[in-house]
Every structure is written in structure tokens, then in C-alpha cells.
Design a protein around this ligand. Sequence first.
Ligand code: SAM
Length: 287
Amino acid sequence: MSPLPLDKTLRRWEAALRSAGSDEAQTEARLLAAHFTGLPLGDVPLSLDRPLDDDVLAAADAILADRARHVPLPYLLGDAWFLGLRFRVDPRVLIPRPETELLAEAAIAWLRTNPKAAVADIGTGSGCLALSIAHFRPACRVYATDLSDDALALARENAADLGVADRVTLLQGDLLGPLRAEGIADSLEAVISNPPYVTEAEYADAQPELLHEPRGALVAGPTGFEVMDRLVAELATLPNLRFVGLEIGATQGPSALLLARENLPDWRFEVRGDYAGHDRLLIGTRP
Ligand SMILES: C[S@@+](CC[C@H](N)C(=O)[O-])C[C@H]1O[C@@H](n2cnc3c(N)ncnc32)[C@H](O)[C@@H]1O
């Protein structure tokens, strides 16, 4: 059989993904195409007459079958994109989300005027926040912690892939504990974190794709504030801290603001929204 052109294949993949329940069928079909052709994602719609061979179509069909069982596409492809950088992902880590790029961008913007700051990312997972900061702000000293050894192993691979391994220190342990143990905590000038903030009730109702991601990366406890409460209390003990950026849940803005103002009363805090207009970031600076 002669090879099928990409446009026909894209339409077929998109239909298959839509019937598998994907809300992002067109984007996911293009990600599949980029994966199999090696094209940059943005070039896929410009290459519609490019032929795809039978072996590629068979490999894509196997991925689509797993996708129909609600396995998230980035786990099936083995990678995800964050601020234009490629991160390996697998079920040891949360898949980096586009909303989290807003947190990285806020930190990178603050670091423009503080280019040599010591920065920590708490709960680094794939390393998307810490490693993108190390990439875009190469003079910073970057530290990252995670409770999960498995996540840190993958973050180490990503650090090596991105060529930043010598500028990022990855430590296992609870919140800022390992940084305190290593004598690093007091030097920190910026801390960012996308902590677990999903409630147990939200998780019980979650879409099936979420159940493939590590529960410990998502669920904080009954209120959703269990990890954030402890983290913000720890931040208040850091003598040189001047920037805080936390990702929060869509309904957590007012309570997160209260929590931050109670613990860091001299600071300026604001809640920022995401692309959908939901509360998503708590940003604080010390005047
Ligand atoms: C929501 S994920 C964020 C991962 C990554 N930073 C991102 O934005 O995609 C939360 C991460 O925090 C880690 N974690 C959960 N509780 C923690 C704790 N008490 N101390 C350190 N890390 C923790 C999880 O293992 C997970 O990797």
C-alpha cells in the first residue's frame, strides 16, 4: 500500500482521540505526528502532504489503543514540553502542565533583576520548574527537593539532557528539610513550588487520566492545604527570602492569600489567574 499523507492520518488520529475521550484531540494528534516525524510541533500543520509509512501507523495505533484506556499521551510518548524544553516523563512524575509554565515565567521574570539568586523548587517532580530556571537563568544557584526518590531519578535524567546537571542540586526529603540539613536553607532568596493541593474528595471524582499520575504528587489531604500550610510556615523561617511563587488550586486563592499574609506579614502578595481565568498562582515579594 502507498504511504498515507499526514493530513489524512491526522484526521483519523484526531477522530480516534476524540472518541477515546480526549478534550485536546487536535493537539494530541499533532503531538503524535511530531513524535513520529521528528518535526517541531509548530511545523506539523505545514507538512500535511508528508507521507507516513505503515510501521509508523502501526506504532501510532498501539499508542491510540493505550490512550483509549485513558493513559495520558505524554506517558505514552515518553516526553512533555515545558517552556519549549523537552522533559522525559513517565508514571514516576506528574506531567508538567501549561499553567505551571506561568509559575516558571513569574520566577524567571523576578530573577531578571536578581540573576545570581539562590532558588529552591520544592516538590520538583520531573524537574520542569527547577531545570527551566537553571536553563533560562544560568547564573542562579538552583536547588530542588522531592519526597519521591523515583521522581528525583527522572529529574536527574532531565537535568543531564538539558545540560544543567552541574548547576542544580537535587535532594530527597520533606519540603525544605533536606536544604536545612545541608545548610542551604538560610541562603535561599527565592522559593517556588507546585505542591500537592488536590483534596481527597476532588481526587475521588477525578477524570481517569489523573489516576495514572502519582497520587502523592496530587493529593494533599482532606482540605487540599495540608502541604501548603506546612510549606508556608517553613518559608517564614528563611532569613534571606525575597520571592515566593506557589501554584494553587482554582478555589484556593482567598485562603492561600490569608495563609501567606498570616505567616509573612511584611510581604506583598497577589493571586494571579491562569489561561482559563481561574486562580492559579500565589506570588509574594518582600518589599
Ligand atoms: C504537583 S507535583 C509537582 C511536580 C513538578 N514541580 C511540576 O510542577 O510539574 C508535586 C511534587 O511534590 C512532591 N511532594 C509531595 N509531598 C512532598 C513533600 N512533603 N516534600 C517534598 N516533595 C513532596 C511529589 O512527589 C511531587 O513530585
